[in-house]
Design a protein around this ligand. Sequence first.
Ligand SMILES: [Zn+2]
Length: 280
Amino acid sequence: MAFILFIYEYNLIETYFPPILLTFVGYIIAAVGLVLIIPFVHYKRLAVNGAELHRGTITASRKYIAMLSPLTNDKVTIPENLFIFNSDFRRLYYDSVNSYLYGFPNASLPNTVRCLEVGLKKKYNALKSNAATLPANDSNFVNNVDKAIRATKNKDLEEVSLLELIEAGKIYYADQKETAQYLRTLRNKIHDISNIVDSEAQFAIAKITSVLNGIYSLSKQIDIKVRCTQCGKIHTYNIDSQLFYIGNKIQLECKDTEKERTQQEKHYVITVLPSLTDIY
Ligand SMILES: [Zn+2]
């Protein structure tokens, strides 16, 4: 403090720091301030209360809801059967969806394409171990990948390119030609310098999810665990897998029998969202 007073008293600021330098310092302080403030404002604007979202009482920002709506309209059904093979896939897939929902399409798209690549490789490995008893589609896919592996230098699956895997998996796609062509453009897109926009990331999630659900057929019913808002306990519900699409609201009924409840007290709603725990 004494030093500051000393500088002020003897007019040292102007002596040692000419006005142009002071202006420059001012710009730097303002820039640092903006760098610190902008991310804070950005996250605050996007922040949502995950617990409330799952409970169906959305208090998300308008931006989040605007991002969620197209996925809900497309009925993007969470590829639960992919996760059975490896629980890391859930993390991978949810990172894609959450990156998109929170406004980071450049982070989302490469990861969505990665889900496709690991999904195809894992399918091949799983089928290869039962190669003798495969249905026609699966055996066709295995033969295609085998051919691509034989063409690599070290005869190794890891050397097979994503473009070749996309081609080999054609048999599983609806609208084979168009889908394969679209997937190839995505592969090129993630190696390109141009910015990825929200709608591109969103469309890729919808399309690749549908491809993954073609490769890993969804079971008709799936079990979900939910922490009940009415009694606080965790109940398991067996629901139609077609209802398990992102943003869908599902009404559930409390299963607790210890306390007498009216019909209204028994019912509550959850929203299907990418949740990193398996309990909603
Ligand atoms: Zn309950």
